[in-house]
Design a binder for this molecule. Structure first.
Ligand code: ZN
Ligand code: MG
Length: 438
């Protein structure tokens, strides 16, 4: 091959990659019809047309390339597939196209613990009193008992798994009739629908009755009310965690918001436990738009801050953390603040580091009592750390390799990370799954 031929070929590859990068599906297809060998050609740093389409979220180009049978598993010089790249840049539609069921989303973060919609909330039924009342006495309904915001569970954490105790109507019938017992409608179980039948309705029941006596209501296996929510509730299955999260947050809200926030009058529980309305007919909370009647959700930003060199991340620790544990920085979103501004403000307040670009990754309900953890990646634009000791004990840049070792071995040179049930862990995994030059 002469040098002239080589350069013409290179020019062709460049044109092809440029079309893929710009999202010009017609030109990509037309170039391929003339020169099918372009399909898997790589340019700078081993980037193929598919990777460029994945980088920029061009679905039509990705589809065209795949329909020509391109190699979706080839990697660039940093070891990333097009799928990895799509995941990093948040192009989930492309990641889904590339990953298919067999990848299941290693890098596009999976659904987070506490986030599964195990039940269909069926919110329209919350105002259907006859339907709700019928469900509350239905033999097929499921009742979860709570004592001091702790759910009755069977099994033990040591055995590796806890399960919510599902009680039948007969086991709680007398409790449901008591005035001081709170019953919240959680939804219906989509997975258990027999043809022609209503799916079972689920309720959370909160009572102050003696916990030991309550445990007698569940036949057989060893049951308990876990003492440490933060530790023990992470041992539930994904399905049960997805029921527990809304139930516990709702009950915590009822436990702390018994009176009208506007006028201090008594409130009444409505809509299956999803609303508390003021009983004072003259109260301002009954006119106009207010949120005082509804359960709280408190937005928290939690972010992994990446060093400008792309190879280190900023982790901090509070003094209440176990020795050696570092996690992502986090903080409550303030009124009138965007998520991006909250991320930048919290990072700077706690660590002195200034952050630039912020990218949303995933979120997680955290029912202790009712945060919504909004997970982001942020890119630092400064690197000097000044720790605010009122908020955290320490913050440091950790090199990628040390973080990988901590993820793999649970501990590395004294560093260990939060458990996989936390979005902090998933954010760190997400970053590790991507490359510095993506
Ligand atoms: Zn009021
Ligand atoms: Mg803070």
């Amino acid at each position: 091959m002469t040098s002239w031929q080589l350069s013409a070929k290179e020019e062709m590859v460049e044109k092809f990659l440029d079309a893929a990068s710009r999202g010009d599906a017609d030109q990509v297809s037309s170039l391929l019809s003339h020169a099918p060998s372009l399909l898997n050609q790589a340019g700078h740093s081993g980037w193929t047309a598919l990777m460029l389409a994945a980088r920029n979220g061009h679905r039509q180009v990705a589809e065209a390339l795949l329909s020509h049978g391109c190699d979706k598993w080839s990697v660039n010089s940093s070891g990333q597939t097009a799928y990895d790249i799509a995941g990093f840049w948040g192009h989930r539609h492309i990641a889904a196209l590339l990953g298919g069921a067999e990848r299941g989303g290693d890098l596009v973060p999976r659904e987070n613990y506490f986030g599964r919609e195990t039940l269909d909330r069926l919110s329209a039924k919350r105002t259907d009193s006859p339907w709700l009342e019928a469900k509350k006495t239905h033999p097929g309904s499921v009742f979860l008992l709570f004592s001091d915001l702790s759910p009755m569970v069977s099994g033990s954490r040591e055995d590796g798994a806890l399960e919510l105790c599902r009680l039948a109507y007969d086991a709680v019938k007398d409790l449901l009739q008591k005035d001081d017992v709170l019953v919240v409608f959680l939804g219906v179980d989509r997975s258990k629908v027999a043809p022609g039948e209503d799916p079972p309705a689920w309720f959370a029941v909160s009572t102050d009755e003696d916990a030991a006596a309550l445990l007698q209501r569940c036949p057989g296996r060893k049951c308990s009310f876990p003492k440490s929510a933060r530790r023990d509730l992470l041992a539930l299955s994904e399905e049960d965690a997805g029921v527990l999260a809304p139930a516990r947050s709702l009950l915590a809200w009822h436990a702390r918001y018994g009176f009208c926030a506007t006028c201090g009058s008594a409130t009444q529980v409505e809509e299956g436990g999803h609303k508390r309305s003021c009983r004072n007919a003259a109260c301002k909370s009954l006119q106009g738009v207010h949120n005082t009647c509804y359960p709280r959700v408190d937005p928290v930003v939690i972010m992994l801050v990446v060093h400008p060199d792309g190879n280190q991340c900023l982790l901090g620790r509070k003094n209440v953390f176990p020795k050696g544990m570092f996690s992502c920085l986090a903080g409550f979103v303030e009124p009138g603040e965007t998520l991006e501004a909250a991320v930048r403000r919290e990072v700077e307040e706690e660590s002195g580091v200034k952050a630039g670009a912020v990218q949303y990754v995933a979120c997680q309900p955290w029912p202790m009592p009712s945060q919504l953890m909004i997970g982001c990646l942020a890119v630092a634009v400064t690197t000097d750390i000044t720790v605010d000791h009122n908020e955290i004990e320490d913050a440091r840049w950790f090199p990628r390799q040390q973080v990988i070792e901590a993820l793999l071995r649970e501990s590395s040179q004294g560093l260990f990370l939060p458990p996989k049930q936390t979005i902090a862990h998933q954010l760190i995994r997400h970053w590790i799954g991507t490359s510095a030059n993506l």
